[in-house]
Design a protein around this ligand. Structure first.
Ligand SMILES: [Zn+2]
Ligand SMILES: [Zn+2]
Length: 332
């Protein structure tokens, strides 16, 4: 009997009678991170990393029953030893390690092995069974170093400002937005935030995070804003809220932007391939480095990646069907 299986509610540990990132309401939910495909509404009790708590309260309401854990701290539920380890995906994101009768399982949630300078860097957790996401599990996804992309973003902002244009950067409000903000060259101009981004920053400020930028409120005089950068979620693309900031140039910041055509389909001026997930190479390296003999792939190109692993490594790989999908909301 496997320690973790998938049933109609989510990823289930029968021995401990709890779920990880369940998609239907259950009693006890271990949560890897605050993105909406992993942290859903309706659980009786949530257990997440300390830094996910303000996000959970912002998104699900302040009256939730929630317990925070630190990275590396272990606790038990019905004999199953549980600990959370940095996943390097967004602030608070965790891999969840389960150990029972000498067998170790790790579920990655979403992860990225390249440090982003904002979230706690990914920690390699040795295990026997490794359940890995594979959002970018195709060889075509090889992301450039993010430091290069941030300098391109700053260069582009600078030249837009010189031309008298504002710069709009689209990125998911939780994760991408903070990473961009942490790397903007504030000497270029002013930084403004869409409400969705400002709300997340405000929640994170309660636990000591600080990011630059002014909440762009509806009553603010937009005509005076010039040469600034505006950070907004992808859903703000084409909204009347933005029209008042004309003239502007706009760019999508997402791992999907690596593919030609993705930018055109989004009808923006530019695309920056900035991701908070592992690319192809990072996924391969992580799967091997864990030392796991059994690997389960989910959340992405699981069929292809599972076949690739079975054919190229001495490992048993299989597909685990789940409902995790950052899709268009996260626009990773
Ligand atoms: Zn995520
Ligand atoms: Zn996800």
């Amino acid at each position: 009997m496997s320690l973790l299986t998938v049933n109609e509610n989510g990823l289930y540990c029968r021995q401990g009678n709890f779920y990880i990132d369940p998609w239907r309401p259950v009693k006890v939910a271990l949560i890897t991170h605050g993105h909406s495909d992993h942290m859903r509404w309706g659980m009786q009790h949530y257990i997440c990393h300390q830094h996910t708590i303000p996000i959970l309260k912002l998104r699900l309401g302040i009256d939730q029953s929630v317990q925070g854990v630190e990275y590396g701290e272990s606790f038990e539920i019905n004999g199953v030893e549980i600990s959370y380890h940095p996943a390097g995906h967004i602030i608070g994101s965790s891999q969840i390690r389960l150990s029972y009768r000498g067998e170790v399982w790790v579920f990655t949630g979403d992860y990225k092995t390249e440090p982003d300078g904002v979230s706690q860097p990914f920690e390699l957790v040795p295990c026997d069974h490794f359940i890995s996401e594979c959002t970018f599990g195709l060889p075509i996804y090889q992301f450039p170093k993010s430091s290069n992309i941030y300098s391109q973003i700053n260069d582009w902002w600078r030249s837009n400002a010189q031309d008298g244009y504002n710069t709009v950067l689209y990125g998911y409000a939780l994760g991408k937005a903070q990473n961009i903000l942490a790397h903007l060259d504030q000497s270029i101009g002013d930084i403004y935030l869409h409400g969705a981004v400002a709300n997340v920053n405000e929640a994170l400020a309660t636990i000591g995070y600080s990011f630059p930028g002014v909440h762009l409120r509806s009553d603010m005089e937009k005509s005076k804003i010039e040469g600034a950068v505006i950070i907004a979620p992808p859903s703000a693309n084409g909204s009347p809220w933005l029209r008042k900031l004309k003239p502007y140039r706009e760019a999508m910041c997402s791992g999907w932007m690596q593919l030609r055509g993705a930018r055109r389909r989004r009808s923006v001026d530019k695309g920056f391939p900035l991701s908070d997930h592992c690319d192809w190479r990072q996924l391969n390296d992580a799967v091997i480095a864990t030392g796991a003999q059994k690997v389960y792939l989910t959340h992405g190109y699981e069929d292809n990646f599972s076949r690739w692993i079975s054919e190229n490594y001495v490992l048993e790989a299989s597909v685990l069907k789940t409902l995790y999908n950052d899709g268009m909301e996260d626009v990773e």
